[in-house]
Design a protein around this ligand. Structure first.
Ligand code: BG6
Length: 468
């Protein structure tokens, strides 16, 4: 794997750049994990001088570190150019003049831009490559990768005109989370679980990805997107792929992506009758904005901020096991959790006269905020008789490893700079995921699926009841 030191960011003044990319690059710098000859060029539409741009990044990083000396050293490595995305030449000129700053001609172009700017930016990179054909290029593309199946195919084709798949890094930050990667370790590194993860033993799987926050200032993006495209099509389907795919030939990039793709292609057609869409209203005290009251949300918006649905998988391993998925904004807490419930086997122990409450075994993988895994088993309650009750076999990252958990973006940026594609999505996976959600998007479009209002700040169970 080769390290690329030229980092060119399209969308350098955007939310994502400030909330994720600069903090992560700085973290890598602090860890001494950036290439020695790292050179950064940020590009965006805003007419900022280099100093003004650096001031903005400085403000962002002040919240992260008090080490002023380090921060300033990092900031002086950042350059900025104002460009017009509709004018490929302006971007090209900026990249060319910047390229004098390093000897190695290895460029990582990072697209933190909306899909509408994608075509222009791709053309700029393509022209740049044509003219400087000695250089090597990698492209990192942020989500959303396309807006539907057709546009995702179009984006893939646009990139394929001048890049090989090995040069394209499609981002999904969920794959950079330690606890998501641990799904593979848990499944394939333990003889205890893998033999049980199939329709003989598993009764159901549940995955919740819920948030306390509303959409904040992101209406410009979210109102035209909705949670199906924002979270379900990518984060949720990616996590399920890792959880339910077949064992890969090796724990390596393309072997894993082959299995993820096979899994996505095995998903059963969606039962639209089992899909519930919701949109947050105000909370019960009326203190929080409802979705429609958020700044820049269109009047009478029908954008969904909540979805619950049932998935099915048409393969030998999972046929008949329901997978329940729920995701939404403005609930009572932020949590991402998987629960795998096994068929019960405690019939010999049920004794109605005694206070016996055995429950089916459940394997819980909490991805956030508590990074933990536990397995509930039934154990005998001490004393006379034979009463069994569930207890937890438990592992947390904090207690077991006692090392800081790296932020997902930091990990993914490092992998992209070093050229490891394992945690990035391949074109066939992206297209299979869009194909899967297509019927829901079409039903929404036809007005057959509409969100109902739910009260903000409620638990997921309460919201589900409201939407029934
Ligand atoms: C992003 C979505 O990709 O993921 C956001 O655009 C969502 O709407 C976020 O809030 C959730 O990520 P995390 O890591 O905070 O669970």
């Amino acid at each position: 794997m080769e390290t690329f030191s030229h980092f060119v960011l399209f969308g350098a003044t955007g939310d994502l750049a400030h909330s994720k990319i600069y903090p992560s690059l700085f973290e890598l710098y602090r860890m001494d994990a950036l290439p020695k000859d790292f050179a950064f060029l940020g590009m965006a539409l805003e007419g900022l001088s280099e100093e003004e741009f650096r001031d903005q990044v400085r403000e962002t990083l002040k919240q992260q570190t008090e080490d002023e000396e380090k921060r300033e050293k990092f900031i002086t490595q950042l350059s900025y150019a104002q460009v017009d995305f509709a004018e490929p030449e302006s971007m090209e000129r900026a990249v060319v003049s910047h390229s004098d700053k390093v000897d190695e001609e290895k460029f990582l172009f990072y697209f933190a831009i909306p899909p509408s700017a994608f075509e222009h930016v791709s053309r700029c990179v393509e022209n740049f490559q044509d003219k400087y054909c000695d250089c090597q290029i990698r492209v990192v593309v942020e989500k959303p990768f396309g807006e539907d199946l057709e546009s995702a195919k179009h984006l893939n084709n646009t990139l394929r005109e001048f890049l090989y798949e090995e040069q394209i890094f499609r981002m999904d930050h969920y794959l950079g989370k330690e606890t998501v990667q641990n799904i593979l370790a848990l499944r394939f590194g333990n003889s205890l679980f893998e033999p049980l993860l199939n329709n003989r033993f598993v009764e159901k799987i549940e995955l919740d990805l819920i948030e306390e926050e509303g959409i904040g200032e992101r209406a410009g993006y979210f109102d035209g997107t909705g949670i199906i495209k924002d979270v379900l099509q990518n984060h949720i389907l990616q996590v399920l792929s890792l959880l339910m795919m077949e064992p890969p030939v090796q724990i390596k990039s393309n072997f894993i992506r082959d299995e993820k793709h096979k899994f996505l292609a095995s998903l059963e057609d969606i039962d639209l009758d089992a899909v519930r869409l919701g949109q947050y209203g105000s909370d019960s005290e009326g203190t929080l904005n409802s979705y429609q009251e958020e700044g820049d949300v269109s009047e009478d918006s029908q954008t969904e901020t909540f979805v619950s649905m049932k998935l099915g998988v048409k393969n030998m391993r999972w046929d008949g096991v329901p997978v329940y998925v729920r995701t939404g904004k403005r609930l009572d807490e932020k949590k991402t959790e998987i629960r795998i419930t096994f068929h019960p086997s405690f019939q010999y122990f049920v004794n109605k006269e005694e206070q016996c409450n055995p429950e089916p075994n459940v394997l819980v993988i909490e991805i956030q905020p508590n990074e933990e895994v536990y397995y509930t088993v039934n154990a005998k309650f001490p004393g006379e008789g034979m009463c069994i009750q569930p207890v937890k076999l438990h592992f947390t990252y904090q207690e077991s490893f006692n090392v800081p958990i790296q932020d997902a973006y930091t990990r993914l940026l490092k992998d992209a700079i070093e050229g490891d594609q394992t945690l990035f999505i391949r074109s066939d996976e992206i297209e299979a995921a869009w194909k899967y959600v297509k019927p829901i998007l079409e039903a929404k479009e036809r007005g057959e699926l509409k969100p109902q209002i739910y009260t903000a700040g409620r638990t997921i169970e309460e919201v589900e009841t409201e939407l029934r």
